[in-house]
Design a protein around this ligand. Sequence first.
Ligand SMILES: Nc1nc2c(c(=O)[nH]1)N[C@H]1C(S)=C(S)[C@@H](COP(=O)(O)OP(=O)(O)OC[C@H]3O[C@@H](n4cnc5c(N)ncnc54)[C@H](O)[C@@H]3O)O[C@H]1N2
Ligand code: MOO
Length: 429
Amino acid sequence: MRLAGCVVIIDGMKDMLGRGNVISADEALRLLLKGLPEKLPDKIRIPIEHALGMICAEEISSSEDLPHFARSTVDGYAVMAEDTFGASEAMPAYMTLSNEIFMGEKPEIVLSRGRVCKIPTGGMLPAGADSVVMLEYVQNVDETMIEVLRPVVPGENVIQPGEDVRKEEIVIPVGRKIRPQDIGACAGIGITELTVYKRLRASIISSGDEIVPAGALPVMGQVRDINSYVLAAMLSETGAVPLRKGIFRDDYRVLLAAIESSLDDSDLIILSGGTSVGTKDMIAKIIDDIGDPGILFHGVSLKPGKPVIGGIMGKVPVFGLPGHPAAVSVCFDVFIRPVVARLSGLRERFGGHPVNVIKARLAKNVSSSQGREEHIRVIIEEREDGLWAIPVLGKSGLIATLVKADGTFIIPLHINGVEAGEVVEVRLF
Ligand SMILES: Nc1nc2c(c(=O)[nH]1)N[C@H]1C(S)=C(S)[C@@H](COP(=O)(O)OP(=O)(O)OC[C@H]3O[C@@H](n4cnc5c(N)ncnc54)[C@H](O)[C@@H]3O)O[C@H]1N2
Ligand code: MOO
């Protein structure tokens, strides 16, 4: 078996092949990212209403100013600001009413000194006007005249042409995950289609002689397939298309065939189960036999998730995830999420730091073995003195620990534990 680059040596820990050095999660991820193909997914054109969550593959700039006319932000009277200078309730400025302006219409009138036009919110300012006095600061004298009770400055209560988006300004950069407001901005500047990267396709292969479909009634010793559902849902959240390939026996040929056929239709392959050192756990062997280069690491100083396998077969990254559901979830966050981001063309924000994070005080001491990165599940409780993180104790084979928890915090590699009262950063699910 060929194994590339186990670089970080952590004292006293063995990897899954019994060697005296096990690699850190950071180092394992670095190896994976380094080995990924440079090629980005093919591009497609889609209507903006279908673009949510897709990765933008072209720089979007505006061919026009938005708005393309000066627009009132209030209901009131379009004026020349100068005419209102010094106006007050005690000494109002008397102004003559000109034509009313209606929504969606271009005013024909050119406003002259001492005159005003009634204008609705969103109405176009007439030529000559530079500001709008709100209705509340005006009194009608008769049908032809009003009193202005407060002055305005030039530009007050007006959105200027191009104030929202300037002509030729870049609105959406390449690599942006399209958000609702991005779609709105496109609509605003008349762009109704976008070029985006095709969604990644990820195969999910469940392995294990004991695993039965979720709809089956398990006999003693059997368990229903949980992991392929969790993985499919997590992949969907990232924008990738999950391909649940089914449940396969712990048999070299069966699993080899499942992996090889997935190489044809997938950008990445995720296997669950069979990563540990049991005699039947042959996932590592298959990945390495397919090779090119095969396994990059097997065994990481991570809990849960220690027996995780990462590799690349040709251009396709492959993950062998430990069968325990909490390990599946943690390994997805640590390894698969960043790989999906890179392959999908996403330009990461904030240096790749997780965005969905809150701070809370830890409710109990939590110890950790030095030399192992631990991901602790916690429930967030709102108390009078702020947010507290309550550790959810339980083995990594229990899916309910994940369901009860609101998120996880990380105890880094070289820390022995975290004391009650310390502030931790909880990454929310
Ligand atoms: N001697 C050692 N034994 C184990 C070690 C070790 O270091 N030395 N590591 C343990 C750790 S940590 C983990 S995690 C597991 C990983 O085991 P495998 O990846 O080989 O997974 P399995 O044995 O196939 O399954 C473990 C467990 O999870 C259940 N499972 C599997 N697939 C699914 C699924 N799709 N849905 C629901 N549940 C699933 C499976 O039935 C097992 O109960 O190894 C430890 N052992
Ligand atoms: O790596 Mo295992 O997931 O701790 O049970």
